[in-house]
Structures are given as C-alpha cells and as structure tokens.
Design a protein around this ligand. Structure first.
Ligand code: IPE
Ligand code: IPE
Ligand code: MG
Length: 271
C-alpha cells in the first residue's frame, strides 16, 4: 500500500506497526463517518473564542484523513456543517465559511498527491459562491483518484436528504414513470445523496454527546457507534485506532442471533 502523508512528517515505525496490527486483528471498516463535535467547548476551556476551536479542528481532520487512507478505509464522511448550523451567530457562520475556503485551498494539492478523492453532500447551493467554486475545483481535480473518498457533509441534514429523495420519487410516481409498488428500501437508498457509497460501518462522535443531530438518519440503521469524551480538536490517530479496535470487537448481528452470525463467519472462512 502506498504511504499516505498529509502533514509532511514521515510515519514512525511504531505507528506503522500499530496499523499493521489493526489490519491483522480484524476487519477495517469500509466506511467511517464522524460527527466532529466540541470545537467551541475546546476553545472555551482554554479561554479562547469558539472560532479558535474550529481552526484547531483542521489538524484533527488532517490526521484522521491520513490514518483512514493508510488503514485502507474506503470512505470517510465528515459532518462539517449541518443545516441547523446556519442558525448560529452570523459571525461564527462567516468564520466557518472562510475556514472552509482556506482549508480546501491549502489541502487540496496534498489530497490529490495522495490519491484521495474529495466529494461533498448537502445543500451546497446555500454556500457563498467563493466557497462553492473552491469546493468544485477541488472535487474536479481529485475526481479520478482511486484511494480514499473524503466526503464532506456540508449544510447536510438527514431529514433534508430523506425529503429530497421523497420529492424525486413522488415526481416519478406522479408522472407514471414509477409505480408505488417499486418503492423499496433499495430504491429509497438510491435517491439519497449517499447513493454511491455503502452505509457507514462505524460512526464516531466526539465531545461526549449521545445523539445523531440529524446526520445520516437512514444510512446509520446498522452502523456501530463509538462515542468519546475527547473534543474534536484533541482527536488524533490513537483515538481513531481505539475506535477501530472497539469496532472489531463488536458483533454485528443485523437482527439475527449470535449463532447464525458465527456460522456465517465460519462458512466465509472455509469457502
Ligand atoms: C463542531 O463543534 C463544529 C460544528 C458544528 C461546525 P461545535 O462548534 O459544535 O462545538 P461545541 O459543541 O459548541 O463545543
Ligand atoms: C453536529 O454538531 C453538527 C456537526 C458536527 C457539523 P452540533 O454541535 O451542531 O450538534 P448539537 O446542536 O449539539 O446537537
Ligand atoms: Mg457542538
């Protein structure tokens, strides 16, 4: 596997071994989603303004992206800005928009060099033109990369996603292009903005909150949760390793009983 480096420092031997150990100890989640929370509280706890927390969070994003790429995670979806976040004080929203533009501008080339594909989901048309253009340029540049997909959820909400899918499906039904009998679980999934990715295997939420906050409501039906007290700006690779380790220890039953899951695993191993 190619060595992915985003922060310009060489990977230590100890870190490489830790990753190797994780790859051997179980399955690496194919899709990891993260609710990056606690930036404001992190800044406040240090006597700073909330925006400082958002700025510091960029380092956590870089480390998380790098590790996911190194581990062989296929999709990483980061909740960067929710539909509800537009209701925050205007100066905070503005600061977040500037940070988004700056970060995309400074990081895109490195993402590209490391074969990472940048994508975005959400109501992107709500963003200022400058933001949209910067994002579109980065998406275009990295479009054909074959490594990790880094998907930014921007002005995203799970209810909006289900609503926009329902609207499109209803239009087809009303035009007679689709029959109500054809509306299935899979069909709905194919109209969501995440249609091109598998559902997340693992979701991480930082800052100790036990809620989904309108993130991927439909897609998280069978996702494993990992919640940590750590504020997002303090989140680094060691914690991500812990989350993956914890994921590997879970038994994903998908409604079945343990014995069925274990016999399926045995069949897989012998076939
Ligand atoms: C997460 O941190 C970043 C965004 C929601 C954009 P917060 O800004 O929510 O930080 P807290 O939760 O108030 O500490
Ligand atoms: C969720 O965090 C949204 C993002 C991380 C982008 P919030 O801080 O907005 O969530 P609540 O308001 O605490 O539920
Ligand atoms: Mg928060």
């Amino acid at each position: 596997m190619e060595t992915v480096t985003l922060n310009g420092t060489k990977q230590t031997e100890q870190d490489r071994l830790r990753q190797q150990e994780l790859k051997l100890s179980g399955e690496i989640p194919g899709h990891v989603a993260v609710i990056m929370d606690g930036n404001g509280r992190w800044a406040k706890s240090r006597g700073g303004i909330r925006v400082k927390g958002h700025q510091a969070g960029v380092d956590s994003v870089r480390d998380t992206v790098e590790v996911c790429a190194q581990l062989g995670v296929r999709h990483l979806t980061l909740f960067a800005f929710s539909t509800e976040n537009w209701t925050r004080p205007q100066h905070e929203v503005n600061a977040l928009m500037s940070l988004l533009v700056q970060t995309i501008r400074s990081e895109t080339q490195k993402l590209h060099e490391n074969n990472i594909r940048l994508t975005a989901i959400g109501q992107l048309d709500k963003f200022p033109t400058k933001c949209r253009n910067q994002l579109a340029e980065a998406i275009k540049l990295t479009k054909t990369n074959t490594g990790l997909e880094l998907c930014l959820a921007l002005s995203y909400s799970g209810r909006w996603d289900v609503t926009q899918a329902t609207r499109k499906i209803s239009e087809k039904v009303s035009k007679g292009q689709l029959s109500p009998d054809e509306v299935s679980d899979d069909l709905i999934s194919s109209y969501l903005v995440t249609a091109d990715k598998p559902d997340p295997d693992l979701i991480i939420r930082t800052s100790g909150e036990f809620r989904i906050s309108n993130f991927l409501l439909w897609q998280l039906a069978y996702t494993e949760f990992y919640i940590t007290e750590t504020f997002w700006p303090d989140f680094r690779r060691d914690e991500l390793y812990k989350a993956v380790e914890c994921y590997q220890g879970r038994e994903r039953r998908f409604g079945k009983v343990s014995e069925q899951v274990n016999s399926n695993d045995r069949e897989k191993q012998t076939s």
